[in-house]
Design a protein. Structure first.
Length: 130
């Protein structure tokens, strides 16, 4: 998955914050949400076009304009970034790097985060019956 630049992340944050799952967001709406950055409309349009090319956003023609929505949720994007980072840990060491990275991560989370992880692992445990 592609890591996002600072402006791409700001644009994605607008889309993630505004996305209701059905209607997209126009370039003008994104530009308005980022007005404190004093960006040109064409800059926002270019960023959205590049995000569409990267598969980060889906776009749909609405009249003469495009409307954009995230291709995946913020949570799904972050989870994929974490998995990609684990894949990087495997690259030089043939597998043990991923295990070490997971252990280090698990030891660094807060108690509440550890409980969330435990609950998620229990929910997905093989052989679990509902």
């Amino acid at each position: 998955m592609t890591r996002l630049g600072e402006l791409e992340r700001a644009v994605m944050d607008v889309l993630w914050d505004r996305d209701g799952g059905t209607a997209g967001v126009s370039v003008r709406e994104v530009a308005e949400a980022l007005k404190e950055r004093d960006l040109a409309y064409t800059t926002v349009m270019t960023v959205l076009d590049r995000l569409a090319g990267k598969g980060m956003v889906e776009r749909e023609r609405t009249g003469r304009a495009w409307s954009y929505r995230p291709a995946a949720s913020r949570e799904a994007h972050i989870a994929q970034l974490m998995l990609d980072a684990l894949d990087l840990a495997d690259a030089p060491s043939g597998g043990s790097g991923r295990d070490a990275a997971l252990v280090r991560f698990a030891r660094s989370v807060t108690g509440t985060e550890a409980e969330i992880l435990r609950a998620a692992l229990t929910d997905e445990a093989p052989g679990r019956r509902d």
